[in-house]
Design a binder for this molecule. Sequence first.
Ligand code: DGJ
Length: 730
Amino acid sequence: MGMHFDEKKQTFSIDTANSTYQFQVDRHGFLLHLYYGKKISGNADYLLKYLDRGFSGNPACLINDRTFSMDVLPQELPVWGSGDFRSPAFVVEKEDGTRSVDLKYVTYQIRKGKYSLPGLPAVYVSDEEATEAETLEIVLEDSVLSLEVDLLYGVLPKLDIITRAIQIKNKGADIVYLDKLMPASLDFITGDYDLITFHGRHTMERLMQRVPINHLSQRIGSRRGASSHQFNPMLIAAKPETTDFFGDCYAMEFVYSGGFQAEALKDQFGTTRVQMGLQEEGFHYSVAFGETFTSPEVILSFSRDGFDRLSHNLHDVIRQHICRGAYQYQPRPVLVNSWEGSLCNITRDSLLSLAREGKEIGLDMLVVDDGWFGNRDDDNTSLGDWYANEEKLGGSLAQLITDVNRIGLKFGIWMEPEMISEKSHLYEMHPDWALQIPGRIPIRGRNQLVLDFSRKDVRDYIYDRICDILDSGNIEYLKWDYNRSIYDVYSEGVTHQGRVLYDYMLGLYEVLEKLVNRYPHVLIEGCSGGGGRYDAGMLYYTPQIWTSDNTDPIDRMLIQYGTSFGYPASTMAAHVSKSPNEQTGRVTPIQTRVIAAMYGSFGFELDLSLLTKEEKKAAGEEVKKYHRLERLITDGRYYRLSDPAKDKFCAWSFVSRDESEALVNAVVLKLQSNDELFYVRPKGLKPERVYKEINTGECYDSDLLMSAGLPLPKETGEHRAYQFHFILQQ
Ligand code: DGJ
């Protein structure tokens, strides 16, 4: 396992437990990709064929050799200007508009431990693991542009995880502009692949789509300045026959929260190129002499055992090597959030009564969502005025926190630090702090503007305000919201406006990093109108994210199912809300809402006084149950047991790592009269053993359970849900 350089063949191999990634420095100093897939011991360079192909130009360094063309050969970093007309991963422009790069290999270094990226979130390893993780750094150079390009590869061999990032150093006198940068670009020399992506919209995020990769360029991404509800920065390329538990598949997951893009295309000779990186139109980054630009990284993983295994690799890398802080593994507080119950209409009385009701059913925390500051009586005003509205809160924030703590609940608070309302004192004082283009009326979203986080003075002010709030009492949780897209990109004082969107993200990460260090015991939950910034970048700072503004348990099945491909259950915040549901008007039993919310970090979000006595009693029992099951849900292996887009039920399970326990969940999505029985087939149990379902006391043969399944009860009534808890018998 690990990284090797074969001097004779000039080939780099990155081996993980089950995969090999290989590329070669060819005889002209170009870096050609050879192979990524099932672990191999040989050299894959025999796959390269040199043919004279029409309209495929030959590099300048070759004289009279028409058989060598970058247009045809598989590339490790395809660049614009090399003769490769497929989608480039790297485009550079000079001041005069010329676009051409010619990169040649210079040297390499393999070192212990995983690289980190200055100012950016990235996969990290602990000191003990550092001996297994390795970094490969390849230095390339364009001697005309005086550019050094360093390709960074990281490997976590046991998890089948490889990472890629790029650093660009300008060593010449002239400014260059980076116009496109895809840190991950994979050329599969041969074979057919499907592309699996996760699209959506506000309140309906990460819906899975699977289509063949063909001779049409297929591109997903976000131009919104955030990773977005519309597409998630995560994709899978899979052989057409691949299923959840069989077949080759590859993942790419971007560790970045701003605009991104990913593209897949089968070229004229059947080579498939899949790429992921920074969003093109919003990126025109000037790099002057002596400056270094560092890209975010892309996580890659390969599984030959289908999507379950691929997801497990990604879950492990996110939970163990992206998420950090006190709450990385610690049970999360089961909370009640004030938003869906009260919106901005909170008062001291309503909050304290919510806290008391929460205490009655055994909750751990009250989260005061929007509406507690400035003149925030609705969502049109006051963002930026981070001072408690003492009239509304019936006293100081400190007093409210103390009173909630006295009731026996922890205290959490909502903020939207990157935003500014035009109706705010902050805007009156600093209109230039909002991103807007001089001479143009800015585009509003939710009637608010975005603060210019690329500016240090803005960041420092907001950081101080957040600290002031967090220091005002015993605040143990912060919900970090972000409720619009970025439209108008202009920052005062920046050397070039094409830098702003990227520098904004670096600014955001800087503030979050400072907060994480200063308040290591505060749990920060990420949020962007629900899951509009659900990405591995945010998870570096916020170990959980509000999965969606949609709390309907039936819709949540599709949302959480899609999310599960790339992100572990511990990152998904899911709450029980009222019925009929606020977003869909759908009526569902409390049991169904509870089971749907036990998909991840569990909580409640409704006026608890509306629950009947019986419902409260049931809710209290469920909270106790969640506390018992929390470890199994967050540390267990997660399995998808049905496809909610096709099947009439959604089923999933959590199996403890030692396979001694399994929690199988099922929600009925569609009910028809006199229907067939729905059989749920658990996965991941120990074969040839007996498991007891602890609620009924029934014992089952594990192989029979996994092959024939367990029938769901035949009941009438819309959207019933069931939970089965299996324990391995000795
Ligand atoms: C959007 C979030 O997703 C909601 O949960 C809530 O916090 C509102 N913003 C508050 O404005």
